[in-house]
Structure formats: C-alpha cells, structure tokens
Design a protein around this ligand. Structure first.
Ligand code: DWN
Ligand code: SAH
Length: 425
C-alpha cells in the first residue's frame, strides 16, 4: 500500500512537471525548497552567430532556485550537463578585467608569503590569470574547456584539460606528491557533484596543506538583490553556513575567511584538514557566521523575502527603461556578462530597448547574447557620445569601468544599474 501511494505521488509530480521528469529533479525537489523562479532561460555563455539566430535553435531551461533547509545550501534546481556548458567554445576570459588580474596577483603574493607552498594546483584556471604569477615548475592547473586550456598550455604551464574528479586526482597524485596549496576561484560553485570535488581534493592535498575556495557570497547577493548571480553555471551560491556544513562531511574545516569586493561580493574560504593543527581558527569565521545568522540565511522566510525583492527589482528596472525609451533616449549595454543573461531574459529586455552591448571579450564580439539576442560590439576606446544612457551589465566592475569612462561621466553621460536597487547613476 505504501509503495502504491509513493508511486501515485511520483507519477503526480511527473505529470505536473511534464518537462522536468528526471530522477535528478525529483530528488532535488525533495531536498530543496524552491524560493525563486526566474523563468525560461538560455545557457548564459552560449553566444549566437547570425546563422544560429536564423536557425532559431536555442536551448532554454527553467531557472528555479531552491534552499536546502538542512544543509542551508542554495542551488539551482535544473541539472545541465557540464560537458554542454564547458566545451571547446567557452568564451569567458578571467583576464578581461584589471580588477581580477590584480586580485589574483595580490593573492599569489600573499599565499607565497604566508604558506610558502612546495607545489600548487589550481582548479578552473581559465586563461591563467592566477597561475601566471608562479614559476611553471611549481604549479599545475585544471581547465576542462579545451580552447581555454590551450592558452595556459601555450604559455608553458602544465594544464590538464579535464573536469576535476577522482580519476584525475589519482592520476595527478601518482605524479606529484607534495601539493600543499589548492586554489579554486569561481569554480567549485560550478560543479554539481560536490562529493566528488571534496573527496578528490582530499586525495591530493597534503596533510598540512591549505585549500582556498573563492565564490560569490549568498549574503552579498541577498543584500544587493543581485539575482543575476543565478544562471546555469552557478549551480550553487555558497554562504559560510552552507560551506561549513558541507565540509564537515569530508573532515575539512574553514579556519579563516576574507570578504572580497570582487564579483559583486565574494567570500574567500581558507580550509584545512581536520587533523591539521597548524592553523588556529580566526575570529573572522565566527563573525561572518553571526552576520549570516543575523540576516536570516538559516530561515526560509528570508528566501521568500528575497524573491519578493527580485520581483520589485524587475518592475523598477523595466519602469526606468521604458520611461527613457518613451523620451527617445538611446541606451546601450556595457559588459556582456553571464549574469546579464538572467536580467535581460527575466525582465524581457531586448534590442528595442538596449541597442547593443559593448564588450572586450574576443569570443563574444560580433555575436548575439543568448536569450535576448542583443548584439555584442567590440569595445575599443572609452565612451564619448555613443548613447544617452549605459546599462551596466558588468556592475561588479563598476569602479574599474567608471574610472575608464570618467570623461563620458564628466560630460553628463549616465549609467543605469540594477544593484542594489535599479537606478540611474
Ligand atoms: O563565475 C563566473 C565568472 C567568474 O565569470 C563564470 N561562470 C562566468 C563569468 O561570469 P560573468 O560573465 O558574469 O563574469 P564577469 O567577469 O563579470 O564578466 C565581465 C564581462 O564584462 C566580460 O565579458 C568582460 C566585460 N568587460 C568589459 O567589456 N569591459 C569587463 C570590464 C571590466 C570592462 O572594462
Ligand atoms: N577561476 C577563474 C575562472 C572562473 S569561470 C576566475 O575566477 O576567473 C569558471 C571556470 O571553471 C571555467 O573556466 C570552467 O571551465 C571551469 N570549470 C567548470 N567546471 C569545472 C570542473 N568540473 N573542473 C574544473 N574546472 C571547471
């Protein structure tokens, strides 16, 4: 009887969510409580050519976000294959911003001074913005996108063009024994199977070694209502609360954290094996946990409130843009980020509102943004009088961009942002 009831329940779900009948989804549905629905979205880094536009073939998925009450982990609910997202046409390049180049350089100097590692490994090395600060004999890197991995291979760095998993960990361990620093920036949040991630790290990291993870902070995302942090590649948005719970299972411990302003507010977690007594836990860990608890990241109600804030943000942004269009103002976009895909699609903003986007990334230029199909133009020199208003797609680099565009601003040029509230600046 119990089995029959369960089967009925299973099939009712299956019929209700016609498009999402995968076992994975059902499991997620049980584990995660949905709090945000960002509608049908494209894969954020799948830029389209003119030919693709004519063919009208674009993969869309339902972007829903859930909260795991037990582990406090926040995750998108749809499972998209890693091979599909991180293929040999991946366009993102970390080195496109001075802010990130500087951030990686600063960290490289800091870890050398603080930990003096024998050997370093980076997971998700992209175009080598971090590893290039080290001697080629001291570091190896992992980057699954073949086109991107070729950049660091050509620079002479040992690069494994694979996804991080136990098979690769075993291969690496058989060749290098003393990896005592592992770094992964904006990458662990991209890997669905966290069990495999941490087991594999445990396998290669020396007992006295340090693991440094850096990813967008859920607290900052909620405070800034930056719902654009949610897109297909950001499978998880971590908080210290969820990271702590997660690491417990693998006998890892966060012993220090740093609040970073990069990527709209990130957390850098310094992690060690439980058995390692070399590092004392910093009081910053407790302070961050207190901040997260005070904000309510442990309570579902906070998530419902965030979802309401997102809806208000959409209304306000649409109102600003439509008022400007009624006044016949010319608006363009600046920084064709992965994040902007979520905003444009969710707010139904197309090329009748934003004429085009300026961007510096070679593989995005001359193509169309997924979903909204807004054209990406090559950015080659500071703005003059290209538009009346500029929508900041790369709002996370506001400081860098405003510095570059100070003449445009001085002449009365205006920017529009959606964080923390949609406004003209
Ligand atoms: O997590 C991820 C982060 C690290 O990078 C990945 N899943 C994908 C990607 O996300 P993103 O596209 O949102 O990242 P960014 O770094 O915010 O993208 C900035 C974009 O803006 C790039 O396309 C480069 C462009 N840009 C520009 O045209 N002029 C950036 C700056 C600073 C500029 O001056
Ligand atoms: N670390 C860089 C790049 C972030 S973009 C930075 O902070 O700027 C995310 C990177 O993670 C991409 O280059 C992507 O190819 C890589 N990545 C995604 N899944 C991965 C996996 N399973 N193993 C290793 N790298 C992965």
């Amino acid at each position: 009887m119990e089995t029959l009831n369960l089967s009925i329940l299973f099939y009712s779900f299956a019929i209700y969510y016609k498009k999402l009948i995968t076992l994975n989804y059902i499991i997620y549905f049980i584990m995660y409580k949905k709090f945000l629905d960002l509608g049908l979205q494209p894969l954020a880094n799948k830029y389209l050519s003119k030919k693709d536009l004519i063919k009208k073939k674009e993969h869309l998925y339902h972007l829903e976000v859930g909260f795991n009450k037990k582990s406090k982990l926040v995750s998108i609910l749809k499972n998209i294959s890693a091979e599909k997202m991180f293929d040999n046409k991946y366009p993102y390049r970390s080195s496109m911003s001075k802010t990130m180049r500087n951030s990686f350089k600063k960290l490289a100097q800091k870890v050398t001074k603080t930990f003096d590692p024998n050997f370093i490994m980076e997971i998700g090395s992209n175009d080598g913005s971090f590893i290039k600060n080290f001697d080629k004999k001291k570091i190896i890197s992992i980057e699954p996108c073949k086109n991107v991995a070729n950049i660091t291979k050509n620079m002479g760095y040992k690069t494994y063009s694979n996804f991080w998993n136990i098979k690769l960990a075993k291969k690496i361990k058989s060749k290098v024994k003393n990896i005592d620093l592992i770094y992964a920036a904006n990458t662990i949040s991209h890997i669905k199977n966290l069990n495999s991630v941490f087991k594999s790290i445990n396998h290669v990291l020396s007992d006295k070694g340090v693991l440094i993870i850096e990813d967008p902070s859920l607290l900052e995302c909620f405070k800034k209502v930056s719902y654009d942090q949610f897109y297909n590649e950001h499978i998880y948005i971590f908080s210290l609360l969820s990271m702590k719970n997660l690491l417990k299972k693998y006998k890892f411990k966060v012993f220090n954290i740093e609040k970073l302003s990069t990527h709209g507010g990130s957390l850098r977690y310094y992690i060690k094996k439980d058995s390692n007594n070399k590092f004392r836990t910093s009081k910053k860990v407790k302070e961050q946990l207190n901040r997260e608890m005070k904000f309510g990241l442990n309570r579902f109600l906070t998530y419902i409130k965030f979802s309401r804030n997102v809806e208000n943000s959409r209304k306000k942004l649409r109102a600003i843009l439509s008022k400007l269009k009624k006044q016949n103002k010319k608006i363009i976009g600046y920084g064709s980020t992965a994040k902007v895909c979520t905003i444009l699609t969710f707010c139904k903003i197309k090329s009748d509102t934003l004429d085009y986007f300026f961007d510096t990334t070679p593989n995005k230029i001359g193509k169309y943004i997924p979903g909204s199909h807004i054209y990406v133009k090559k950015y080659s020199k500071p703005l003059t009088n290209e538009a009346d208003y500029v929508f900041l797609g790369a709002w996370n680099f506001k400081k860098e961009i405003f510095n570059k565009e100070r003449k445009f601003i001085k002449k009365g040029g205006k920017f529009i942002t959606h964080v923390p509230i949609p406004k003209i600046i």
